[in-house]
Design a protein around this ligand. Structure first.
Ligand code: ZN
Length: 212
């Protein structure tokens, strides 16, 4: 399952992700991106975040991380959080507990060999998990507060409207960086929320600050 290129790329170095100051009294939002890495799209989101000193969380698939390790590294280097979205988007609830745990840990291993950092969060595909899975793993299961339905509309204007309608201070917002209509929407939304004084935080940062 493991791609030989990964080890050559890492060269044994851990990507240092510096801690940073977040003002707990200012509004914040955690943008999250599922189903990538998506070469080109993911980098555009990182560039938009960089413009405002923001970070986000990318729930990535193991088989794509193996295929595109440079994009995974770019996420880590930008300071954004890499999280687990399973190896290839199977229903974890259809697997035996043992197989579900093996699927999840394979993705953690891939991420660790690419970035040298541990994964802390899991978003199960389709949001499907059960108590046995939740209790059997060390990662925190993360769902979302706002579904922009970008996977359904594939329409930039509709994604912008859905996000503005439902997003609030402290919300976790769900996008998919594999859809091209999502990218210009996210670029505009990052500028918009930055102009309102929002800070763009990772899910782990949000949990730490909000005590969730
Ligand atoms: Zn997904």
């Amino acid at each position: 399952m493991k791609n030989e290129n990964i080890k050559t790329l890492l060269k044994g170095d851990r990507i240092e992700i510096p801690k940073r100051e977040i003002d707990p009294n200012k509004p914040m939002v955690a943008f999250t991106f599922d189903d990538g890495p998506s070469v080109g799209n993911t980098e555009r989101i990182l560039a938009a975040l960089d413009k405002v000193g923001g970070r986000a969380t990318f729930f990535q698939l193991g088989y794509l991380m193996e295929k595109y390790p440079e994009t995974v590294q770019a996420v880590a280097k930008q300071g954004s959080e890499i999280a687990n979205h399973s190896y290839d988007h199977d229903w974890l609830t259809e697997k035996s507990l043992e197989d579900a745990k093996a699927d999840i840990s394979s993705v953690n291993d891939i991420a660790f060999s690419i970035t040298g950092n541990e994964i802390l969060l899991l978003r199960p595909p389709y949001g499907a998990f059960n108590t046995a899975i939740k209790e059997g793993i060390t990662e925190r299961v993360v769902m979302w507060d706002v579904d922009t339905r970008d996977w359904e509309s594939r329409n930039t204007q509709s994604i912008i409207e859905m996000t503005k309608k439902y997003t609030y201070d402290g919300a976790i917002v769900l996008f998919h960086d594999i859809h091209s209509a999502t990218i210009p929407a996210v670029e505009e939304l990052i500028e918009y929320y930055d102009s309102l004084g929002y800070q763009f935080v990772t899910v782990s940062e949000l949990y730490e600050i909000k005590g969730r």
